[in-house]
Design a protein around this ligand. Structure first.
Ligand code: M6R
Length: 607
């Protein structure tokens, strides 16, 4: 996720506005920054890796000349956070500059084609191919907007882009496909940005570009066309009534709620991983004699789920381990045949990095799944995957958890195929279900938002909660309980349901709420017995189950019904969502700040 801001002014310099706009988008990305402005037909580009304030001041970017230009704050997805990879990217001759937010999936093949035509690439980004594609199209002696449209038609993946060129110096050309882009108009000029807050000091009159749309901006306004065939789209401006603070969170009161609601988008991002990295990790995992899945907190819960995925799909035993325990628990058995897959949103968690040091010292193969390009994990792992969730600001992990599960499920499927453990049809069917998950999450969010709020009202006075699930759903229960604990500070327990009768059941008395996670699947029939055990001791049963599951519904006091047809192995992704909402609304109901729970840091970099 990156931040884009651009503008064409009637008079005055654009660069201070770009600086200000990007500062307001810093939450979207912060590892590099760059501006391109045009004055008197000359394109000027300045960029570097680093925080916005540092880079802008060092390179004096806020005094770059020109009344029109674009700027970008980067959150790396392809290529490390270095100067060459910072946006804008230019064509071979430096006549045009492009900024981009998103992931171009077919960039490798396009790059090869352009290299064969003699184009000279400077970066390792997917974005740079867009500049060269446009340059190539311009050789056909067509107008800039036509060249941009033709280039866009060749792109697969997600993008919000803005292009400026000295061949048409009064215009910004922009487009959107699955990455946000908004246009704003004031008496002083026209603007584009990834998000409304960037332009709110200048205008509250905006138009949101939709997927597959292209827009030309000049100092007097904008024109929108369809990328597919160039048809002009008539769409008027709307007025934004948000305050600046509200706009930063896209109208949500907290980043956590924004991030919970972003999950359909972040999950779609996690389905667009580069296949060659997935293949590399799969091959290395396949070679391991012992596989360990190492992580802390929420990421550890993703590892527990992954151990079920690897076993059920690929028939592989993978040991989940809490990173702070790994050295004691398994350290002595790690050797050259061990593969250690480390899962860490930040890629900087101290305990996980210590476990990695140990594994590397003993010649184990360290692999990573992380959300942070350039993090320590990406530097020390033999191979890694960036999970593409976009930055997460709330301290509680939400969208990064579901994306981790999405990545791990894809690895499990590839391993299963590689080892011949699923038939072609079974594999295709699972893949189909995987692709449906973002839509299922979208439906869950819209269906349950208000209902979960009403449950919070009903249960807000409770002093203890218990979460139970069987099989892979025990990881959902553990994660739901962690969210409740860390945000609302309500004592709670989570166990695999079958284990509860070996001790935890003694805490159950009349009225204790027990939340059961019970999707359809192999564990479904066993959970009924666990519900009966709890009911017999007076527990109040709240179930998250498949819609129309009459037996579970009949046994429950309250039910969150989930869409039908979700594969059990994938169920933790949608099933955790209403429980994230429950923790969020409970924290708010108690007057707590869910974005900043007490005693916690987003990234725990200390022993
Ligand atoms: O960055 P990491 O994924 O390595 O972080 C691990 C934990 O610190 C993190 O998941 C923590 O448990 C969150 N507060 C959970 O919401």
């Amino acid at each position: 996720m990156c931040g884009i801001f651009g503008g064409v002014l009637k008079t005055g310099e654009i660069s201070p506005l770009i600086y200000d706009g990007l500062k307001r988008l810093e939450y979207r990305g912060y590892d590099s920054v760059g501006f391109a402005t045009i004055q008197d037909g000359a394109l000027q580009v300045k960029k570097d890796a680093g925080r916005i304030d540092d880079v802008v001041q060092r390179l004096k970017m806020d005094s770059m000349p020109g009344s029109m230009g674009i700027g970008h704050t980067r959150w790396a997805t392809h290529g490390a956070p270095e100067m060459v990879n910072a946006h804008p990217h230019t064509d071979c001759d430096g006549n045009l500059a492009v900024i981009h937010n998103g992931v171009i999936e077919n960039f490798m093949e396009l790059k090869e084609e352009l290299l064969n035509k003699g184009h000279n690439f400077k970066s390792r980004t997917d974005t740079e191919i867009i500049a060269h594609l446009i340059e190539e199209e311009l050789k056909g002696d067509i107008a800039l907007d036509e060249a941009v449209l033709k280039s866009l038609r060749r792109l697969e993946g997600s993008y919000a882009i803005a292009v400026v060129s000295n061949s048409d110096p009064g215009k910004i050309l922009c487009a959107r496909n699955e990455s946000p882009l908004v246009i704003g108009v004031s008496e002083k000029g026209t603007y584009c940005a990834s998000d409304v807050p960037a332009m709110l000091p200048y205008t509250n009159k905006v138009v949101y570009l939709r997927n597959g749309e292209f827009a030309t901006l000049d100092q007097d306004g904008y024109e929108i066309k369809l990328v597919s065939d160039g048809t002009v789209v008539e769409r008027g401006l709307e007025e934004v009534t948000w305050s600046l603070e509200m706009a930063e969170k896209q109208g949500y009161p907290h980043f956590m709620l924004k991030e919970i609601n972003e999950q359909p988008t972040s999950l779609r991002g996690s389905l667009r991983l580069q296949p060659q990295y997935l293949d590399l990790l799969t091959t290395l995992l396949d070679r391991g004699r012992d596989i360990f899945l190492i992580a802390a907190g929420t990421s550890y819960h993703a590892c527990i789920a992954a151990s079920y995925m690897f076993s059920r799909l690929a028939r592989i035993t993978a040991f989940p381990a809490i990173s702070s325990e790994f050295i004691e628990q398994y350290g002595s058995s790690v050797g050259v045949d061990s593969v250690i897959l480390c899962v860490s949103q930040s890629g900087e968690t101290y305990d996980t990095l210590k476990a990695i040091d140990h594994a590397r010292m003993r010649a184990g193969t360290v692999l990573g799944v992380t959300n942070s390009v350039g993090s320590t994990l990406t530097r020390v792992a033999r191979a890694y995957i960036i999970q593409q969730s976009g930055p997460e600001i709330g301290v509680a992990a939400t969208k990064t958890f579901t994306s981790q599960l999405m990545v791990l499920a894809q690895l499990a499927l590839r391993l299963a195929r590689m080892r011949g453990k699923v038939s072609q049809d079974e594999g295709d069917d699972f893949r189909e279900k995987l692709l449906q998950v973002p839509d299922v999450v979208e439906e869950t969010l819209s269906r349950h938002r208000d209902y979960v709020k009403s449950l919070v009202e009903k249960y807000s006075g409770e002093r203890l909660f218990v979460f139970l699930g069987r099989g892979i759903s025990s990881s959902t229960a553990l994660e739901a309980r962690l969210k409740l604990l860390e945000l609302s500070y309500v004592p709670s327990l989570a166990y695999p349901a079958g284990e509860s009768k070996h001790g935890p059941i003694s805490i159950i008395e009349e009225g204790v709420p027990v939340i059961f996670v019970c999707p359809r699947g192999e564990t479904r029939k066993d959970i009924v017995g666990s519900i009966m055990e709890m009911k017999a001791r007076g527990a109040v049963i709240i179930s998250v189950c498949e819609e129309g599951d009459r037996e579970i519904i009949g046994l429950s006091d309250d039910v969150i019904e989930m869409p039908k047809g979700i594969h059990e192995i994938l169920s933790p992704i949608p099933y955790v969502v209403p429980l994230q909402l429950f923790s969020y609304y409970l924290a708010v109901r108690k007057g707590l700040d869910p974005d900043k729970p007490r005693n916690l840091a987003k990234s725990v970099t200390v022993p």
